[in-house]
Design a protein around this ligand. Structure first.
Ligand code: PLP
Length: 375
């Protein structure tokens, strides 16, 4: 049975070239980057070289890149420190954010009484930019805007430049959860005034357990965890040198191959839409119909009973897809994202999140369609 992986928004395979670099480091570069003798200094050089490679992709200084363990950690750290250390009193966000942001801002509201404002969501799954602008005009409280770049369930893409310039014009900080877009689209932080972004290597064919945060120099955050002087004391703990090196290699490859892979992935998505429409003329594509090029959220015209069994049946045939974000895919509860803009009737129907990668082929889509036809 051929295994078909259509859940690249949950995680991605590690590129063979990345694995090779990581194995080299594991074999040969076991020094602690904080040690002052030769093998320690060499490990440190590997970490700093990786930081430079990453910083270059975003046109920023390498001192603005801090390594973390994942996207969740980066989001938690930035949001918490913005409230505790930068005096943020109001957070503007949406109910479409990943739980790494949503649950964090709710916690900050409970702990520090920071005001939370949730933007309205339009039927297209987009935010109302005019509402954001109106809210930002009130500059009476230090404000942070946290909005994700690409939604992990429906692929809705934020207009980064528009939000960044609105925030800049009204002296608000802008944190963007870029976990789904890093490595899939270019972001020039020299020309886009975003204060903070976060990344997670396993979303762009790098290893799990490593990510990074960009913290613009003018914003001086404090650590949430205390220990050694690694990462300028902002993120103590011995660096996973092989993971850092693997992440930089994965990011570099993602951007070197971006145009070619984007064209391929977009063509797979288009093929999938066409094939779905052939089988289910009534199929709907949830959210912004154009969406980001690697995510397709599909509302299938099937009954509730069929919906309950669908993921299981697909899994039995070797097909990996999800109903929402990976952490919710086992849950029968409606997605917190879809429930923001679908009607109650549609929420009962099965929605599938298909997310494509450069390894997918049209044959994968044909296999998916053949199985869906039997449900
Ligand atoms: N933010 C978004 C938009 C995500 O899609 C994810 C993972 O699915 C995260 C944050 C959390 O990232 P990590 O799994 O690296 O903690």
């Amino acid at each position: 049975m051929k295994h078909v992986y259509l859940d690249n928004a949950a995680t991605t395979s590690v590129r063979p070239e990345v694995i090779e670099e990581m194995i080299n480091v594991l074999r040969n570069d076991y020094g602690n980057p904080s040690s002052t003798y030769a093998i320690g200094r060499h490990a440190k050089a590997l970490v700093e070289n990786a930081r430079k490679i990453i910083a270059k992709q975003f046109n920023v200084s390498s001192s603005e890149i801090i390594f973390t363990s994942c996207g969740t950690e980066g989001n938690n750290w930035i949001l918490r420190s913005a409230v505790k250390d930068l005096g943020i009193k109001r957070i503007i966000t949406t109910k479409l954010e990943h739980h790494a942001v949503l649950n964090t801002v709710k916690q900050l509201n409970a702990e520090f009484g920071v005001e939370l404002v949730f933007l309205d969501i339009l039927p297209t799954s987009e935010i109302d930019y005019a509402q954001l602008e109106e809210l930002l005009k009130d500059e009476s409280k230090p404000t942070l805007v946290t909005l994700m770049h690409v939604n992990n369930e429906v692929g809705t893409e934020l207009d980064l430049k528009r939000v960044a310039s609105l925030c800049e014009a009204h002296s608000a900080l802008f944190h963007c959860d870029t976990v789904q877009s890093i490595g899939k689209t270019k972001i020039d932080l020299a020309e886009t005034p975003i204060d903070f972004i976060v990344a997670s290597a396993h979303k762009f064919h790098g290893p799990k357990g490593i990510g990074f945060a960009f913290i613009r120099k003018k914003n001086v955050l404090k650590p949430v965890m205390f220990g050694g002087e690694q990462e300028k004391g902002l993120r103590a703990g011995t660096e996973g040198v092989h993971q850092v090196v693997g992440m930089a290699k994965a990011l570099e490859m993602a951007y070197d191959l971006l145009e070619e892979e984007k064209a391929h992935i977009s063509s797979i998505k288009e093929y999938c839409k066409d094939r779905l429409l052939e089988v289910y003329p009534d199929v709907c594509f949830n959210g912004n119909n154009v969406g980001f090029y690697n995510i397709l959220n599909v509302l299938l015209p099937l009954s509730e009973e069929k919906a309950a069994m669908m993921l299981f049946q697909l899994d039995m045939k070797g097909i990996a897809v999800s109903r929402g974000s990976a952490c919710q895919s086992g849950s029968q509860k409606p997605s917190h994202v879809l429930s923001q803009f679908l009607c109650a009737e549609d929420l009962k129907k099965p929605s599938l999140r298909l997310s494509f990668g450069h390894e997918n082929t049209k044959e994968d889509i044909d296999i998916l369609i053949d199985v869906l036809k039997t449900i």
